[in-house]
Design a protein around this ligand. Structure first.
Ligand SMILES: Nc1ncnc2c1ncn2[C@@H]1O[C@H](COP(=O)(O)OP(=O)(O)OP(=O)(O)O)[C@@H](O)[C@H]1O
Length: 231
């Protein structure tokens, strides 16, 4: 479904990605792990079209995306939940959800029922401003907004960061539902090892702009993998 091949990315003279290759499949959860600053966010932003690769390629459903803008990638079925959530604090929850309509045809401009089934709090808070929600509720809103776009691929950058345990559980349940019931490809960046171990079908471990290990979630317990994850 998503194929990243030999991706390199520079910020001026600094190199953030060094020949990264990765696959994310429909109905699977693919998790990217690594310490702070190893390039995980740079990789996700390159996939969704916020950064242009220096070399290498990103293909989605067999089609090269390298010349596509973020907007076109969204239209082709890639939704992004960025680190820090980036919801609109002055817009209501309803308006935040509706901001996901931008890439949809007019007939599809409604909020799918499963958004409120997965995150009932969003229905209760439709008229509240995004900025008045707790961090966990904002994260649910950011995921809900991405689901409004009916994605085939959902890219989540550290959805558990700074979130209380009960909401982390809800988010985990939602991600599982999206994999198992909706057949979505989920690509997840995480620092929270247990969350990843419970959910991931496949893990990629990054260090200094490179993939240093690929394998099943059980590999996270192996010392030669763990050494890339402990501070
Ligand atoms: N816009 C930018 N301009 C210049 N350098 C950047 C930019 N964004 C990231 N970097 C640098 O690129 C490297 C990789 O950063 P990136 O944010 O991709 O890592 P990360 O693994 O996602 O880290 P974190 O877990 O802290 O989000 C870091 O050295 C970072 O300082």
């Amino acid at each position: 479904m998503l194929e990243v091949s030999n991706a390199t990315l520079h910020y001026g003279a600094a190199q953030a990605l060094r020949g990264v290759s990765l696959t994310a499949r429909a109905g699977k959860i693919t998790c990217v792990l690594g310490r702070n600053g190893v390039g995980k966010t740079s990789l996700m932003r390159s996939i969704v079209g916020h950064h242009r690769l220096t070399s290498g390629s990103v293909a989605f459903e067999g089609k090269a995306l390298d010349r596509s803008a973020a907007y076109d990638r969204a239209r082709s079925g890639i939704a992004f939940v960025p680190q820090g959530r980036e919801i609109f604090p002055l817009l209501t929850v309803k308006e935040n959800l509706e901001s996901g309509f931008a890439s949809l045809k007019r007939a599809d401009r409604n909020v799918p029922g499963h958004v409120f089934e997965l995150f009932p709090v969003l229905r209760q808070m439709l008229a509240r401003r995004g900025g008045d929600l707790s961090g966990g509720q904002q994260q649910q809103l950011a995921i809900g907004r991405a689901l409004v776009m009916r994605p085939k691929l959902l890219v989540l950058d550290e959805p558990t960061e700074g979130i209380q345990p009960s909401i982390i559980k809800d988010i985990g349940r939602a991600i599982r539902y999206l994999r198992d019931q909706a057949g979505i490809a989920v690509l997840l960046v995480e620092q929270y090892l247990d969350f990843c171990r419970e959910l991931a079908d496949e893990v990629y471990v990054m260090d200094r702009g490179q993939i240093v290990h690929t394998g099943p979630a059980e590999d996270l317990d192996k010392p030669h993998v763990r050494k890339f994850l402990t501070v």
